[in-house]
Design a protein around this ligand. Structure first.
Ligand SMILES: [Zn+2]
Ligand SMILES: [Zn+2]
Ligand SMILES: [Zn+2]
Length: 425
């Protein structure tokens, strides 16, 4: 019996590279392999990697840039935009895997059903928010890889039970947290905002939580970010560029030297000039739209920063690159905007729409269960939305009223005419 075929299309952000292959429609949804290991997080800048087997074993991906991830595995990315596209074993006849984020948003395409190396995250990373597939079926989480000869440990739904989250309201720590890609070509330090302690709450920048002074962090379903970073949902935090430092030199390399350029324009200039500061390492820039610049590692392709002209002194930082002592979610330094998926509308109409909604709901459920308060950014956002919808309602009422008036005005002569007519009859 013949089976209908479904097409997979993989495209990098700049669209210089497009690959297509077919699978039997009956094999959908394909099972996604989600990896939360330290290496993947640092190679992508995201908090997990997600891939599926590419149906064409012999696909020619040689025009992509290769990064030797381990002696057994290579990664392949677009040299122009830095999109992570494929992984492939170094043994002959290995089948490539494709990063799910570069695949089209075809309805019913993929299914998140298992997560590996969750143990590396210490705090669970984003795995509690990806705990089930969109149809509600639980996704399995494994301490390690669930492969090889030895037994692996399947994690309980409430894992990690032994993890103690840093006090929610406690002040951000430590003062400096490394921002490091897998190949270490990008090696910087993020300074906490504790020196903003004297600033009144209402005057703090949007990305600094009052009292704890932790940085706001988001889960992001934007189509451009997923095509660029690799997984379907990216994690970002925000900081002023002046809070990002070069590591010092000498005996204690943790001590910071001076900072990166102070604003988005300066950063772009510093990275693109010929005689650039060698401490910028492998940091490269791709301009993805007239007002957006995306910074990544030119050697291992890790996403690093996202800069937009409307926020001239702030960048988004790829959370997967942070090396924080409390775990992958870096809860000692970051506050997560739980229950508020950013760019939630972006995956509308495809399989990711359900994923984004599902993660959003699980984040909120998890927030309530663990007693985390809503972030100030969320409270402010909800207030703005309420004001907006009240304003919209008010305008609607006004419009209706005006329409009524217009229509009544128009009706007057005709009702008069009909009245006259009635009299005539
Ligand atoms: Zn590209
Ligand atoms: Zn991994
Ligand atoms: Zn790198």
């Amino acid at each position: 019996m013949s089976d209908k075929m479904a097409q997979l299309t993989a495209r990098c952000l700049c669209r210089a590279h497009t690959y297509t292959a077919s699978v039997p429609a009956s094999s959908l949804p394909l099972s996604v392999n989600s990896c939360h290991c330290n290496s993947c997080r640092h190679q992508l800048g995201a908090l997990y990697a997600s891939d599926v087997k590419w149906p064409n074993k012999d696909e020619d991906i040689s025009s992509l840039e290769r990064y030797s991830f381990t002696k057994n595995l290579d990664f392949f990315f677009c040299k122009t935009c830095g999109s992570n596209m494929f992984a492939k074993g170094t043994k002959p006849n290995s089948t490539p895997s494709v990063a799910t984020g570069v695949l089209d948003n075809t309805p019913g395409l993929l299914r998140y059903d298992h997560h590996i190396f969750v143990g590396d995250t210490v705090d669970g990373g984003v795995s509690p928010w990806l705990r089930s597939h969109t149809d509600g079926a639980p996704a399995k989480r494994w301490l390690q890889g669930n492969w090889g000869p030895g037994p692996d440990e399947e994690l309980a739904p409430d894992w990690p039970t032994e993890y103690t989250a840093p006090d929610i309201g406690a002040v951000a720590f430590p003062e400096f947290t490394p921002i490091r890609c897998h190949c270490r070509g990008v090696d910087l330090l993020l300074r906490s905002a504790v020196d903003m302690a004297g600033i009144p709450d209402a005057e703090l920048p949007f990305h600094v939580e009052p009292k704890s002074l932790k940085y706001l962090s988001i889960m992001d379903a934007c189509a451009h970010c997923r095509a660029w970073t690799g997984p379907d949902i990216m994690s970002w935090t925000f900081a002023k560029i002046s809070y990002i430092h070069f590591p010092g030199s000498g005996a204690d390399t943790k001590l910071p030297a001076n900072t990166l350029p102070q604003d988005v324009a300066g950063l772009k200039e510093a990275v693109t000039r010929d005689d650039r500061d060698p401490r910028l390492g492998t940091l490269a820039m791709y301009k993805s739209s007239p007002d957006v610049e995306r910074y990544y590692c030119s050697r291992c392709a890790a996403s690093v920063f996202f800069a937009v002209a409307s926020r001239p002194d702030i960048v988004d930082i790829a959370v997967g690159l942070l090396e924080h002592p409390s775990g992958a979610r870096a809860e000692g330094l970051l506050v997560w905007n739980l229950g508020r998926m950013s760019w939630k509308w972006s995956p509308k109409g495809g399989w990711r729409e359900d994923l984004a909604n599902n993660v959003d709901e699980l984040m909120e459920e998890w927030r309530i269960q663990h007693g985390y308060p809503k972030t100030t950014a969320r409270i402010n956002g909800e207030r703005r939305e309420k004001e907006k919808s009240e304003k919209e309602k008010e305008n609607e009422e006004k419009e209706k009223e005006e329409k009524r008036k217009r229509e009544t005005g128009k009706d007057e002569p005709s009702s008069l005419e009909s009245a006259v007519a009635n009299v005539s009859i």
